[in-house]
Design a binder for this molecule. Sequence first.
Ligand SMILES: [Zn+2]
Length: 400
Amino acid sequence: MGTSKLYRDNAYTTEFDAQVKHLAKVEGGFEVVLDRTVFYPTGGGQPFDTGLIDEIPVTDVQERGDEIVHMLEGQPKSRTVSGKIDWHRRFDHMQQHAGQHILSAVFEKIAGAGTVGFHLGNQFVNIDLNVQRLTENQITRAEQLANEIVFDNRAIKTYIVEPKDISKLPLRKPPAVKEDIRIVEIDGFDYSPCGGTHPSHTGSVGLIKIRHWEKSKNNTRIEFLCGGRALRDFQGKNESINRISALLSVRDFETADTVERIVSDNKALLKTIEGLKESLCEYEARALVDSAPLEKGIRVVKVLFDNRPFEELRLLASAITRSEGCIAMLCNTGEKSQVIAGRSEDINMDMRKPFKKVMSQHSGRGGGNDRVVQGGFESAEDAEELLDMLHKEILKTVYI
Ligand SMILES: [Zn+2]
C-alpha cells in the first residue's frame, strides 16, 4: 500500500495525523514516508507543499512510486505524527494552477493552441502554447473569456473515471496514467486529467492577468498571474504609475504619451548639446592655437586637462589640427590617464613613431595612424613628463 493522498480528496484539508511507515537519515535531513498525507509532492507543474510535521520543517516533498516522501530537517520522535501545511503557499498554488487550467482551455478554444508546458515559479507562472504566433486581439479575448469563467464562479469538480469511460468525456488532453485517472472538471467548460490541487470554485482563482507573451522556439510563452499574485502585481504597478504621474504632473493614463514625448525631446536635446560642444571646442581650439608658441615654424598646442571627457579632447585635437601648421598634444588625468596627439595635414611626419617610443616608456598602450594617435597610460603623475617627452620626440622627427 502506498501513501494515501489526502490532498486529492480535499484540497482544503490543512492538518492531519499519520503513521510513519519508513524513516531514513539522508544528506540534509530525514526522509519520511507516511501512511497518508496532505502534503502535495512536486508534479504536474505544481511545486510541493511546505509546512511542519511534528513541528519539524518540511523542506521537500517528492512522489516515489506510490509513496510520498517528505524531507524533514529533523527526526520525528514517535510513530504517530501530526502535520500541517503552509496554507498561504498552498492556496497560492491552487489559484495559479486552476488559473492555468482556465487559460489553457481558453487558448484551445480561441486559437486552437494546445498547452505543451506549464511552469509555476516563485514569482512567475507561464504556459507554453504550441502556436508560433498569437495576435494582440487573441490575447485580449483569451484574458476576457478566462476572467468571465472566474466571474461565473463555476464549480471545479474532481472525480475518478474508469479507463473504458474516458472516451465519453471531452478531454482537453489525454491522461498520462492508465488507471486511477482523476479528472478535474471546470463545470461544463473544461475537462482535464490532473492530480493537482484546485479550489472548489473558479471565483477563488481571482483575477487572471496575462503579463507578457513572447515567441519561445516554436511555441508562444504566456506569462500570467492569478489571484493574490495578480493583486500584488497590480499594487506594484499602480504605485509605480502613480509615482510617475506625480513626477510628470499628468494623469495616470497620459504617462506613456508623456514619456514618449520626453524621450524624443531628450534625443533632440542631446543632438543640440553635441552641436554646441563642437562649436565650443572650435572656439577653444582657436584660442589655444592663437596663444601657442611657435617652434620650427609650428604652433605647438600642449595642454594637460583634469577630468575632462576624452571625447572633448578628440574634438579639440581635431579642431586644432584643421588649422595649418599645428601640432596638438592633449592629455587628460582623472578616472583614466589618456593622451591624444595629432598634426595638421601640411606637416610631414608619422606620429606613430614618437608616440610608440614615449608610450613604451610609460607603461602605456594605444595607436592610430600617421596623423592622429591616442592611448592610455598607467600613472597620472607621469602625465606632465609624458607630454614633455612626446613634445621633444615629435619635434625631433618633424619636417615642414
Ligand atoms: Zn490541475
